[in-house]
Ligand binder design. Sequence first.
Ligand code: XUL
Ligand code: CO
Length: 435
Amino acid sequence: MAYFKNIEKIKYEGTDTKNLFAFRHYNPEEEVMGKKMKDHLRFAIAYWHTMTQDGSDPFGESVNKRSWFGKTPMETSKNRVNAFFEICEKLGAEYFCFHDVDVAPEGDSLEEFFANLDEITDLIKEKMEQTGIKLLWNTANMFSHPRYVNGAASTNNADVYAYAAAQVKKGLDISKKLGGENYVFWGGREGYETLLNTDMKFEQDNIARLFKMAIAYSEKIGHKPQFLLEPKPKEPSKHQYDFDAATTMAFIKHYDLEGEFKLNLEANHATLAGHTFEHELAVARSYNALGSIDANQGDLLLGWDTDEFPTNVLDTTLAMYELLENGGIAPGGINFDAKVRRSSFEMEDLLLAHIAGMDTYARALKSAAKLKEDRFFDDLKEKRYASFHKGIGANIIAGKENLETLTNYALKHDQIEMESSHIEYVKSLLNDYLV
Ligand code: XUL
Ligand code: CO
């Protein structure tokens, strides 16, 4: 059964089209800098927002109209698989991402949950084979159920820790079964509410222990996806341990996980941490740890995670520039961790929202490629740091100077000529690059 009967596969029609269900900028086969747009962008659809979000909020009940509800939770889950792959195919998205609980009901016991997962992932596997759509990453939801009130790997309760470990093991088994290219850990409740009753070091040691068990198990089963940690500063925890890219890198380095883990960075999490998205991407890139991205945007007037579809061309261009500088994002991708607004409650809004996000990233790719080809930022930075390319600056970089030699130099050159950045002019020129 088709869920979007009246909507054909979305095609590129250019900016003159009046067709709502068409790409205006995303042309998958078009080459940008010698590579197909689809291979630069590696778009992935998020199962949770697309299939399970109902549009409810703390002040109102669900509003989303969805036609995949069956008579039992398992029937609904099966219907969702069919609807989900129809969405991915219609959008031409080649990847997808999911949490264990998104795809199968938890039932009354862990054994039942695992059995449900086996049945549903068999169906997903079939769909993947039919369509050629691939698994970018999966993850275990270790934050929604009441057992996780005090965290999963950071819990005070060893039985909860064991339950979380079982979910991770199953997640890796599923990753192997479906050929997952990455595996994500987002520490939803790995953090604390108050330090009054919290041993921060003990909890972080335990988190690292679980990660090491995951590495050991993936080696044992001969399937090693790229492991990714996803930073977020707060929500649901008041303070989350993986606050931002820099904090998460400190954790990775402290526990000798470098090389094993990279980062999955999300735009809205960056802004919640008080950073721009490009800042987070640049930090990760400086550690050679830029793994994948969760594409969305927040509302800067609100202090929570609104997970909106990305539509800001400047922000996404600066993000895409970081991805190009990184030499691409593979084996990661661009996953739309984004949900439709409450007022967009029709089924077709799921397609329209993704089209908007994909078109925005396509514009960003074209803009970023032009910036790179023109050496816009390269020239700017080269000029800005020019004093380190010659004379005393070059000597500093070469390690030839010390505090005494620099003091002798400074005494003779204390009337320093400074240069203006003309940054307003730079920002105005940058606007010319936005497609
Ligand atoms: C929550 C969030 C998660 C992770 C995966 O803010 O971003 O959906 O991406 O658990
Ligand atoms: Co995310």
